[in-house]
Design a protein. Structure first.
Length: 268
């Protein structure tokens, strides 16, 4: 692998090469021959190779790095069901890309992993085009995603992730399984869409906006941030029936969904 070292620190690239871990990851997808698989950041194709042995209908991979893209084009030139796309994943997700029931794999670049996850959550049309996300994160990010309220890791990404997705932690992955070797441990999580959107928002980005405002001062009481959101409209704040002396991290996720629903009504 070192003879093809295209890794770039600016892209947060660390490539998984441990074959046993790769096989464990692919098994979680339960890939059948009727499925389309979408892979984010295939690197040298270690995951793509094993996915291909499952004979899915299509494999679409997206690689931003042009050298890696050229490498993959040559590597898979005789594989008709593998398509390599040279694009930025955040741009790509803004386009209409797939039909339904896609399985998504991704060893996500550390520097934009939460942005990628947020883009996959904040899709207007729900249920989304994917059936399952199987994604790798830096461990401390994964800990925030699965965190419950009143814990030190509870954050905006905890609230966003658990709004529309069933989140499952599978296992941690040692930094020895990557090249170049990162300084941190990674964690594999999977996500399945919750089909019935209990806390429905016409514009999902309102939840992102609300959580950003409320978590700017996570150690302070919620009253000032809430007043700012609702322009001191006491009737809305009273309707929410929450203790204004509490800090954001003390509330469970449902409270933030209800706040976002009330916030959205300001623009009806």
């Amino acid at each position: 692998m070192k003879s093809h070292n295209f890794s770039k620190k600016s892209l947060g690239q660390c490539f998984l090469f441990d074959k046993n871990i790769v096989k464990k990851i692919v098994e979680i997808g339960n890939i059948t021959k009727s499925k389309t698989v979408f892979e984010i950041g295939p690197g040298y194709g270690s995951l793509t190779d094993v996915i291909h042995t499952k004979s899915p209908k299509n494999i679409v991979t997206i690689e931003k790095d042009e050298k890696l893209f050229s490498f993959l084009i040559k590597k898979y030139k005789n594989k008709k069901n593998i398509k390599i796309v040279n694009d930025d994943i955040l741009n790509f997700l803004n386009k209409k890309i797939f039909e339904k029931k896609v399985i998504v794999f991704g060893n996500l670049p550390y520097n934009i992993s939460t942005q990628i996850l947020a883009s996959l959550i904040l899709i207007e049309k729900w249920p989304p085009w994917y059936d399952k996300l199987i994604l790798m994160f830096q461990k401390e990010v994964a800990d925030r995603i699965v965190a419950k309220n009143k814990s030190k890791n509870f954050s905006r990404i905890s609230i966003l992730s658990n709004w529309r997705l069933k989140v499952k932690k599978h296992f941690d992955i040692s930094n020895n399984c990557f090249y170049p070797k990162p300084k941190v441990t990674s964690t594999l999580l999977s996500f399945e869409p919750i089909k019935n959107d209990k806390f429905h928002l016409s514009n999902p980005k309102n939840l992102e906006l609300v959580t950003r405002e409320l978590f700017q001062n996570r150690r302070k009481m919620i009253n000032k941030s809430l007043n700012k959101l609702f322009k001191n409209d006491l009737s809305v704040i009273k309707k929410l029936n929450i203790d204004l002396r509490k800090r954001p991290e003390e509330f469970n996720s449902e409270v933030f969904y209800k706040i976002a629903i009330e916030y959205e009504k300001l623009f009806d």
